[in-house]
Every structure is written in C-alpha cells, then in structure tokens.
Write a protein that binds this ligand. Structure first.
Ligand SMILES: Cc1cc2nc3c(=O)[nH]c(=O)nc-3n(C[C@H](O)[C@H](O)[C@H](O)COP(=O)(O)O)c2cc1C
Length: 410
C-alpha cells in the first residue's frame, strides 16, 4: 500500500493528541544529570534546541525509575525524592513550539557496569556474555516482592512525569534492559509466573503498562520501545516480539517504537545490517512491515534514517507512521527542519574509530562520541562534526575512573 504521507504530515493519536509532523526523536541517554540525579540547566538548553529544530515528537534520554539501579553515572532519576521544579523546567523547554515531549522510563536490570554496582538484579542470575564479562558483574535473581516494587516504581515515575509536564511516557522495553531481560528466554529462566512460557515472560511488561495506566488515566499517552529481536542465540525472537506487540496493542498502548539488539549484540546502532537495510537506510523496516498487518497502533521505526528520501519512502510504504532519529540529531539538532525543507537532504555521519580496534571496543564510540556532542549543545556550543575520537575516549575513561573513586570513598 502506498500513501501520500511524508515527514511533514501531521498525525493524531487515538486520544486526540496531535503530533505536528512525522519526525520522532529517539531516546539518547544524555548523561547530564547532577549529583542528585536531577535534570540540569544543560539538559534544558539541549531540549530547547531540539524543540526549535522542527522535531514533531521527542523522547527524553532514559530516565531511571530506581535510584539504586542506575545504568550510567550521570543518569536522571524520577522518583519521590526528585527535584520536581527542575523536571518542570526541562519538560517545558522540550515542549516549546508545540513539540510532544515524552519521558522514557527505564530500569537497567543487569546492564550496569561493574564500577557502579557489585551485584545488579535481573530476572535470573545469568551473566552477560560476548566479552562483557569483564565490565559487568553477574546479577542475582529478583524476588517476587522486588518485582512488585519495581512495577510500582515504573508507575510512580509515570505519575510524576505527567505531573511535571511531560506530554507522554515511553517504557524502555528494548536493548537488553530489565523489561527486555524479562521477555528473553536467554535471560529469563525463572520457573515462577514471571518466566518460562512467553505468556509468563511478558507478564512483567504488561504489569508495568497496566500499573502506569492506572496512575496516569486513560487519555495520557503511553508508548513502548521494543526489540524486533535480540539477535542473540536463545534470545527474544521476531515471532515472539510480534506476539508481544499484538498483546500490548490489545491492552491499549498508544505508540510502539521498533528497535533491536542488546549490549551483547548492538543491532540498534547498525552492527547487524542486512543488504536490504543498506538500500532502505532503516534497520528494522522489514519487521515493521510484518507488524503493520497485525495491529493498527501507530508505529515508529528507529535506526539508520539519514535522508529525506529514506524517511519519506518508509512513510509512503505504510510500514511506519513515524521515523525515529537519534545520532543525526546529536550532530544536526535542526535536521527535521532541514529535511522538511529539502527533498535532497542527506546527512553523512563520520565512521567512528580511534584506529585501534581494542580501544574502539572499550570506548563504545557509538555512544560516547555522541554524548560529547550533546554535552557541547548543553553548554550552548555548536556540535563539532570533526570531534576527535581519542579525546572522547580519554574523557570517558576519566569519568568512569572518577566515579569508581568517589564510590570507593563513599
Ligand atoms: C548516545 C546514545 C544514547 C542512547 N541512549 C538511548 C536511550 O537512553 N534509550 C534508548 O531507547 N535508546 C538509546 N539509544 C539508541 C537510539 O535511540 C537509537 O535506537 C539508535 O541510536 C539508532 O538510531 P540512529 O541510527 O538514528 O542513531 C542511544 C543511542 C546513542 C547514540
């Protein structure tokens, strides 16, 4: 099916929320929280800039729901102890120019580096593999009451997100974090009601959704970012993902963002690209096309979009309703406006390498280099497309070292 939709076409969600165009900023963890894990003025600057750049709907970087389980040192946390005034300021800046600004809510489960925690929690006590054994400790399995506690924390964070002025929330159900760990038979080997069959493994995400819905009411938008697959042996499969999508659609979720991969297998940033993907830019369009036939919940596809043509073709094919953008916005914050004004617009992101393979692996440049760009914009500096990879690496090492030192002294 082809339609005449393009990136500048408005969209109305079922609860009458109007989104001014089809460009969607995907979550990027900014690492711009302060020592108490509240939003800083830098975050406000950054989101104001993005709101000025023409984007229709933005997700915040992942906001943690539990301050005892941070994924990164400078994460923002939204709970009863948060500085709600600082959150209000941030939410206001991101909602300027009629931009939808949603809070992405996350619990990292076992994806917490070992310089931050001795013993993370997870559905089961299964260590991350694929070379991550060095950086991540083996988790312990959550108890029943801890699971209920975490569901409650997701619900509290959603209530507070609404209170401070975010226009919606998104559950981070992708990329190998806690919700995604529950869904995966590789990571969830529980024998109680939370593990085993897919019906049991998806109980957690459904419970999180229902608990959040009970707090925010029927009309407040709740979305989810979900993996099309984990791309790991024994992990969450495409067929399972489709079953989960259908269940969440039935439960009334407002928006589904499609991604894929985990820390063990980072497909979300294009490490598993197929030839069909290279031609169509976006990594997960084939999957979205299949899902499109199963549900009529609005769909976002994220990963790989770099040109007006790539985005418009995806929308016109009917495979998705929104195009998700992350890394391009860290280098060109007004990319949506530029793309809407020029059908030939294309951004070329430089391939990131220090030239030393081992260093590249440790440096996770796909993340840290873009974080450095966000940090520049937070300080009202322009992004720097030729920023040195070695500088980024040195800074990352410094930050991790300082954190570990502070923790030891605390
Ligand atoms: C610096 C950085 C931080 C990210 N943090 C998050 C996050 O907090 N939550 C999330 O769902 N995805 C996160 N992602 C993944 C992006 O949302 C997106 O799925 C991925 O970068 C692919 O899209 P792109 O090709 O447009 O960059 C992050 C990506 C980058 C580069």
């Amino acid at each position: 099916m082809t339609t005449s939709v393009d990136i500048s076409t408005a969209f109305t969600l079922k609860n009458s929320v109007m989104i001014k165009n089809r460009t969607f900023k995907s979550a990027m963890s900014e690492q711009l929280g302060n020592k108490q894990h509240n939003p800083t003025d830098g975050l406000t600057n950054l989101y104001k800039l993005w709101a000025e750049g023409g984007i229709g709907i933005m997700m915040s970087g992942n906001i943690m729901i539990d301050r005892t389980a941070l994924g990164e040192p400078k994460n923002v946390v939204l709970d009863e102890a948060s500085d709600l005034q600082a959150f209000k300021k941030w939410a206001r800046a991101g909602s300027l120019h009629n931009t939808q600004f949603w809070a992405q809510l996350n619990h990292p489960g076992k994806q917490i580096p070992n310089f931050m925690t001795k013993e993370p929690v997870a559905p089961s006590a299964i260590q991350l593999e694929n070379g991550l054994e060095l950086g991540f400790n083996k988790p312990r399995a959550l108890t029943e009451s801890e699971i209920q506690g975490i569901i409650g924390k997701f619900a509290t964070a959603a209530r507070l997100a609404k209170e401070v002025g975010f226009t919606g929330v998104q559950i981070h159900g992708a990329h190998g974090y806690l919700v995604s760990q529950f869904l995966s038979s590789r990571h969830n080997q529980r024998s109680d009601q939370w593990g085993g069959s897919l019906e049991n493994r998806m109980r957690f995400v459904k419970a999180v959704y229902e608990a959040m819905r009970a707090e925010v009411g029927a009309d407040y938008p709740i979305g989810i970012k979900l993996n099309s697959a984990d791309f790991m042996r024994g992990g969450f499969t495409e067929e399972e993902s489709m079953t989960v999508v259908v269940e969440l659609a039935k439960a009334g979720i407002d928006l589904i963002e499609v991604s894929g991969g985990t820390y063990e297998s980072p497909a979300m940033v294009g490490h598993k690209r197929k030839q069909s993907t290279v031609q169509r830019e976006a990594y997960f369009l084939d999957y979205a096309e299949k899902v499109r036939n199963l549900i009529d919940t609005p769909l976002v596809v994220t990963g790989g979009f770099r040109s007006t043509k790539g985005m418009n073709d995806a929308l016109a094919s009917g495979a998705c309703d929104f195009v998700g953008l992350a890394r391009p916005l860290a280098v060109v914050p007004d990319m949506p406006a530029k793309a809407m004004n020029n059908v030939a617009y294309k951004i070329n992101l430089k391939p990131l390498t220090t030239g030393v393979k081992l260093v590249d692996k440790i440096a996770t440049l796909d993340i840290t280099w873009y974080e450095a760009q966000m940090a520049r914009m937070a300080q009202r500096k322009a992004p720097k497309p030729n920023l040195s990879e070695w500088m980024t690496f040195a800074k990352t090492l410094g930050n991790a070292g300082l954190y570990a030192f502070r923790k030891r002294r605390a």
